[in-house]
Design a protein around this ligand. Sequence first.
Ligand SMILES: [Zn+2]
Length: 342
Amino acid sequence: MIIDCHGHYTTAPKALEDWRNKQVAGIKDPSAMPKVSQLKISDDDIRETITGNQLRLMKERGNDLTLFSPRASFMAHHIGDFDVSSTWAAICNELCFRVAQLFPDNFVPVAMLPQSPGVDPRTCIPEMEKCIREYGAVGINLNPDPSGGHWKEPPLTDKWWYPIYEKMVEYDVPAMVHVSTSCNACFHTTGAHYLNADTTAFMQCVQGDLFKDFPSLRFIIPHGGGAVPYHWGRFRGLAQEMKKPLLDTHVMNNIFFDTCVYHQPGIDLLNTVIPVKNVLFASEMIGAVRGIDPTTGNYYDDTKRYIDACERLSPQDRKAIFEGNARRVFPRLDTLLASRGH
Ligand SMILES: [Zn+2]
């Protein structure tokens, strides 16, 4: 089985975006604030947006199942207050749940959190628990920077975040550390802010001792780990300077990287530097980079091709990256698949 651990509902019906625009307008003019009940999306609307898009590409590329969360750039936690985020997260999570209900063999939900800048992360727990218990979410997306590119929250290793981690451990769900849209003109959302955040989250974990407090906590750093694999020597060297243990034991029992790296040399590097046990297959499709690479004639985000072509990997390695590692890192997914005879 091929499991893609990183997909978003980027193709959600236009009604969702229209409703969100009204909600944003309602922040300034409360009389314009739309009701949740005004958002009407039918099952057929959902089917149409999935069958012709993600599901079609999954079938063409041979991906069986996608862990599916709300569109990351639309989380936009910097907009409005906690109530605005809370309503928005509930709507987006419910939509991903409906996708999973309509296509149970192909999509399993992952939840976004109703984060809001400066607001205690503990406020996210009710939505998180609802998604896990009622929607069958197997993981969460955790935004280390709800301010959208201004980095106002404490580092991920700070006790500020611990209420979320306690719940993650309780439910045995991992978090993908995933920022949202950048509202800082210096940082392009998917070209800079995403990769900055991936790198930043990893370095925060190197600097801290988070996994001493939470030995079973698991983070997936998306987009191939940002700059981390390329600069592995720098991170090892910095950890050494800081008198931290070797990265193998300091962070690599808890941190995993996905394969959303959109060219062969990048995937080859990832798999040269990062142990196979820490790599999870993903494509983040349909996402930021939707075009065809003129040098190969293939879609940039058709990442399965790169894993297939990576000469360093044995058939067992590929099986681990495509399936085994995801089932280990997302135990609730493993339980679900086992219950279906996989
Ligand atoms: Zn993403």
